[in-house]
Ligand binder design. Structure first.
Ligand code: SF4
Ligand code: SF4
Length: 272
């Protein structure tokens, strides 16, 4: 988690209503439902509080935390940091409990596996791959940490959505035109698909990746092998949403849902 940065939008901690901790391993659990991740965050936040000022007892914290977690790692070699927790009293923001802005001055991040230099220097692809308008759209349309972290790290979902909209209206989306409630509303509903997609695979998936044993792979939908069809025009979005489609009917229904969001966005966007 990075807090100080020179990018136009601070994606890690954009405002008081939400934040991200994806690169600290927040979602790297077999059960990465909201309830399961929230349980881990609450556990870590509450267990760590009495230890925050006594670095020499961090090992005790680690032991208690390991014993308290009722979940399994999704991908073994990705580090799930034990120091991510809720960093505000309202529990709306997730973040680093060792960061100087949280500890009140001391940077304690060398106690984590990565160390302070890596933690503070890391900027995920959301910083470099998204346009400012795309970053703004995610920040503006999400108001909770769970959806925000899943979306700001999902390059394909956001970029493909924008691509379809831009191809249809014939111009690139402008940041200054996003600030309208109808646009925020359609984007908010679209990003909520990350949690509530009706065709979501049940296990071993996180976004476009699937996990088996100690390996991870890019997931794919076998259009040709299963239905003799070419890939869907929304293939990247369907894969990002962890789709598991049982039939052609499922595929067409899934495409219709995505198209509806694109149509809603276009209807709300003021084309010049
Ligand atoms: S995944 Fe990106 S936005 Fe999220 S905390 Fe890490 S660097 Fe920040
Ligand atoms: S110590 Fe590093 S990896 Fe751990 S929560 Fe803080 S920023 Fe994330």
């Amino acid at each position: 988690m990075t807090i100080a940065c020179h990018h136009p939008i601070q994606l890690c901690q954009p405002d008081a209503g939400k934040s991200c901790g994806a690169c600290c391993g927040l979602y790297n659990w077999k059960n990465h439902s909201r309830a399961a991740i929230e349980a881990i965050l609450v556990l870590q936040t509450e267990l760590f509080a009495p230890f925050q000022k006594s670095e020499k007892h961090f090992d005790t914290y680690r032991e208690l935390r390991t014993a308290g977690i009722m979940n399994e790692k999704l991908f073994e070699t990705i580090y799930n940091c034990e120091f991510i927790g809720f960093i505000d009293p309202e529990r709306r923001r997730v973040g680093c409990m060792l960061h100087p802005m949280v500890t009140g001055g001391h940077d304690l991040r060398n106690h984590c596996f990565y160390g302070a230099e890596i933690c503070s220097g890391h900027f995920c692809p959301g910083y470099s791959c998204f346009s400012t308008a795309q970053q703004r759209s995610v920040v503006q349309a999400t108001d909770d940490w769970y959806i925000y972290g899943l979306t700001i790290t999902d390059i394909d979902l956001v970029k493909e959505f924008f691509k379809y909209v831009e191809d249809t209206i014939g111009e690139s989306i402008k940041e200054k035109k996003l600030n309208q409630s109808a646009i925020t509303s359609v984007l908010a509903d679209f990003f909520k698909l990350k949690e509530h997609w009706p065709f979501k695979a049940r296990e071993n998936r996180l976004g476009k990746y699937y996990f088996s044993a100690a390996e991870y792979h890019l997931a794919r939908i076998a259009y040709k092998e299963r239905w003799g069809l070419p890939p869907s025009r929304f293939d990247k979005i369907l894969v990002s949403l962890e789709s598991e489609l049982a039939s052609q009917e499922d595929l067409r229904s899934a495409e219709a849902i995505i198209q509806k969001f694109i149509n809603r966005f276009i209807a709300a966007y003021p084309v010049t």
